[in-house]
Design a protein around this ligand. Structure first.
Ligand code: LR7
Ligand code: MN
Length: 572
C-alpha cells in the first residue's frame, strides 16, 4: 500500500546519486576571490574543541573512547569515516544507539569536527564574481529541528557561519520544534551564547516542520529568508549565487544543488553542474528528481546557469521575505512533514514567480532511509497535507491523486482561506502549470486505462511496489480498491506503468523497472475481445497460477479464463 512515505523524497535523490559512481574529488585550494573578510575564521577560535571522543546523545556525559587509529582529521575535506570492524561492545552499543536515535551514524558524526572542511564542488564559471551583483541583500537563515543530533546541528550552523560572507547573514534562527533530547536544552543556549548572530526560538508544543518554519519567519528581519534542514553543510560560495537571483528579481525562488552526505560515513558526495537535477512529482504527490529537460538546456550557454525547476525538494531554499508573505507563506494547516514543498512550488509558478535550481550553490544534506522521530498517532498526516494541497491548487487534476489513494480523502479540514488566497492572487490554472512548466509529467487521463488491473476469474489484482535500488517483482493480491500498489496505467505506447516504473518481462519474473520508452520487454497490448494482456518480445500472456497466488507468463490460450483481465477506466 501507499504506506507512510517516510523516506519519500530523500530516497529518490540518495539512490540516484549513489548509483552514479561519484569519485571523491581531490581537494581544491580554498578560493577567496571576492576578498572575503576573514570573518569565517573568527568563530573557529571561540568554538568548542574538536570532539575526538563522542558523547552519547542521552546526555549521560559518558565518553566512549574511539579506537586508537582515529585522528583529528577525520572527515576533513568531506572524506568518509569508516569505523573499524573490531569494536568493543561499548562502542558497538554507542554506534547502534546513534543509528536508532537519528537514522544516521551519529557516532561517526561525533568523531568529525563541527568545523570540518569540504571540497569545493563549484564549476569554474561560478567563481567569476562578474556573474553576481555586488550589492546583495542579507538573509536570515532559518533552521528548524526536532531532536537533532548535537554535532550534526552544530556543523550545520558552523558551515553557514564559516562559509558565508559575514555581512550577508542577518541572523541564524534556530527553531526548536519541541525537542526532548537533553542536549538541546540549556546546553544549546550556552554553546551559542558566544555567537550573537545565532538566535534560538522554542515552540511551545510540537508544531511540525511547516509551522516551525512559519514561526522562524515571524522572527526574521532580513530581506531574504533562507531555509535549511538541521543536518546540512554549506560549501564555499553557496550563498552569493542564491542571493544574486533574488536581488535581480524578488519573485525568483531559489534552491541550491543538494549534495548527498552519507548517512553512514558522512562522506560528502557531489557532481559537477552537468549532473544537476530538477524537481518533479508523481501522482501520489511525492517529490522526484529528473534530469534537466532538453527544452531547458536550450535556454543556457553554460550548465552552471540557474535552471527552471517544476518543484523544489522542500528543505533548502531562499526566498524574498516580502514575496513569501505575498504568496501566503505556507498553509499552516499542514502538520509535521510533507506536501509544503509542492505547495510552495505550485504556488510560485502559478502565481507569477519562478523557481530555480542554482548549480553554483551547493549544500549537503544527510539523506535518511527512515524518519527517526515521532509523527502523530491516529492521523495520516501526509495524506491530510496532500489533500489540502490538491483541493486548493490542483483543480480537476486532483482526481488523479484521489484515485491513487482509493478516493479515501479522510478529513482535511477547512481550506476556504487558502482558496481565497489563490483567487486574490489571481493565480493561473494547474493545467497551465502542467502544460508550460512540467510538460514531461505523464497524465493518467492520457492513458488507455488507469486504476486496477484485475484477474476476472480470481478477483485478484496486479500488485507491486517499485523499489528504487533494485527490480521489484510484481505479484497478485486480493483487489482492495485502495489504489496504492494496485494502481496502474496502460499508456498509449503500450506500457503498464506507475509513475516512472514499468512492468517488464525478460523471460523470468515480471518485474517493475524504470520505464525506458523502447517498447521491447516493456511492451504490452490489451486484447479487448479476449481480455488478454499480451507481451511484446515473448509473445506470452499475463496469467495467474492455479493457486491464484502468483503471477505467471504463459502461452496465450483463449480457453484459459485465468488469462482474462479487466482494466479499470479502460478507454480504447
Ligand atoms: O516535526 C518535525 N519538526 C521539525 O522541525 C519534523 C521535522 N522537523 C525538522 C527536521 O529536524 C529537519 O530539520 O524539519 C526538517 C526536515 O525534516 P526531515 O529531515 O526529517 O525531512 P526530509 O529531509 O526527509 O524531507 C524533505 O521533505 C520534507 C517535506 O516536508 C521537508 O521539505 C524537508 O525539508 C525536505 N528535505 C529536503 O528538501 C532536503 C533534501 C531532501 C530531498 C530530496
Ligand atoms: Mn532532512
Amino acid at each position: 500500500l501507499n504506506g507512510n512515505v517516510i523516506i519519500g523524497a530523500g530516497g529518490g535523490l540518495r539512490n540516484e546519486l549513489e548509483e552514479a559512481d561519484i569519485p571523491p574529488t581531490a581537494a581544491k585550494p580554498k578560493i577567496n576571490e571576492s576578498g572575503r573578510q576573514s570573518a569565517d575564521k573568527k568563530p573557529r577560535k571561540k568554538a568548542a574543541p574538536i570532539p575526538l571522543k563522542p558523547k552519547l546523545q542521552d546526555d549521560t556525559k559518558k565518553v566512549i573512547d574511539p579506537p586508537g587509529n582515529f585522528d583529528e582529521n577525520l572527515g576533513e575535506m568531506g572524506k568518509p569515516v569508516t569505523l573499524p570492524k573490531e569494536m568493543t561492545d561499548e562502542m558497538k552499543k554507542a554506534v547502534e544507539t546513534g543509528w536508532t536515535n537519528n537514522a544516521f551514524n551519529q557516532y561517526v558524526s561525533d568523531l568529525i569536527s563541527v568545523h570540518r572542511t569540504l571540497p569545493d564542488p563549484r564549476d569554474a564559471w561560478c567563481k567569476d564574481s562578474a556573474h553576481y551583483l555586488s550589492n546583495l541583500p542579507a538573509t536570515d537563515v532559518i533552521i528548524c529541528f526536532h531532536n537533532e543530533a548535537w554535532t550534526v546541528l552544530l556543523r550545520t550552523v558552523h558551515s553557514v557561519l564559516d562559509r558565508s560572507p559575514e555581512h550577508l547573514i542577518g541572523r541564524i534562527i534556530l527553531v526548536d520544534d519541541y525537542s526532548d533530547m537533553p542536549h538541546l536544552k540549556t546546553q544549546l543556549e550556552d554553546y551559542f551564547a558566544a555567537y550573537p548572530k545565532v538566535q534560538i526560538i522554542r515552540g511551545k508544543k510540537r508544531e511540525g516542520l511547516i509551522r516551525a518554519r512559519l514561526l522562524g519567519a515571524q522572527h526574521a528581519k532580513s530581506p531574504v529568508l533562507t531555509y535549511l534542514d538541521s543536518h546540512c553543510e554549506c560549501t564555499e560560495g553557496w550563498l552569493e549565487p542564491l542571493l544574486d537571483r533574488i536581488a535581480r528579481n524578488s519573485t525568483t525562488v531559489v534552491c541550491p544543488v543538494i549534495d548527498v552526505i552519507s548517512d553512514d560515513t558522512l562522506e560528502y558526495h557531489y557532481r559537477d553542474s552537468s549532473g544537476v537535477n530538477v524537481g518533479g512529482f508523481d501522482w501520489n504527490l511525492q517529490f522526484s528528481w529528473h534530469a534537466v529537460p532538453e527544452r531547458e538546456k536550450k535556454r543556457h550557454n553554460s550548465t552552471a546557469e540557474p535552471v527552471y525547476s517544476p518543484t523544489m525538494a522542500g528543505g533548502l531554499f531562499s526566498i524574498d521575505r516580502e514575496y513569501f508573505n505575498r504568496l501566503g507563506t505556507y498553509d499552516s494547516g499542514f502538520d509535521i512533514w510533507g506536501g509544503e514543498n509542492l505547495e510552495l512550488s505550485f504556488k510560485t509558478w502559478m502565481c507569477g514567480g519562478t523557481l530555480e535550481i542554482v548549480p553554483c550553490s551547493h549544500v549537503g544534506h544527510i539523506f535518511r532511509k527512515r524518519s527517526p522521530y515521532k509523527w502523530r498517532s491516529g492521523v495520516n498526516v501526509l495524506r491530510k497535507n496532500s489533500v489540502r494541497l490538491a483541493e486548493v491548487w490542483m483543480d480537476e487534476y486532483s482526481q488523479y491523486y484521489y484515485h491513487r489513494i482509493g478516493n479515501d480523502k479522510g478529513d482535511w479540514g477547512d481550506v476556504s482561506d487558502r482558496k481565497k488566497l489563490r483567487e486574490d492572487l489571481q493565480c493561473k490554472s494547474f493545467k497551465w502549470y502542467l502544460d508550460n512548466i512540467y510538460p514531461e509529467l505523464f497524465i493518467p487521463g492520457d492513458a488507455v486505462a488507469h486504476g486496477e488491473i484485475s484477474n476476472i476469474a480470481s478477483g485478484m489484482c496486479l500488485d507491486g511496489q517499485e523499489k528504487r535500488e533494485e527490480a521489484a517483482t510484481v505479484s497478485v493480491y486480493q483487489c482492495h480498491g485502495q489504489g496504492g500498489n494496485q494502481y496502474w496505467m496502460l499508456s498509449k505506447v503500450g506500457e503498464i506503468r506507475r509513475d516512472d516504473y514499468c512492468l517488464d518481462y525478460a523471460g523470468k519474473e515480471v518485474i517493475l523497472y524504470s520505464c525506458h520508452g523502447g517498447k521491447g520487454n516493456q511492451f504490452w497490448t490489451y486484447r479487448e475481445n479476449t481480455k488478454q494482456l499480451h507481451h511484446g518480445t515473448s509473445g506470452k500472456c499475463l496469467s495467474i497460477s492455479e493457486k491464484k497466488d502468483q503471477l505467471l507468463m504463459e502461452e496465450c490460450s483463449q480457453s484459459l479464463t485465468r488469462q482474462e483481465w479487466l482494466l479499470e477506466s479502460y478507454d480504447s
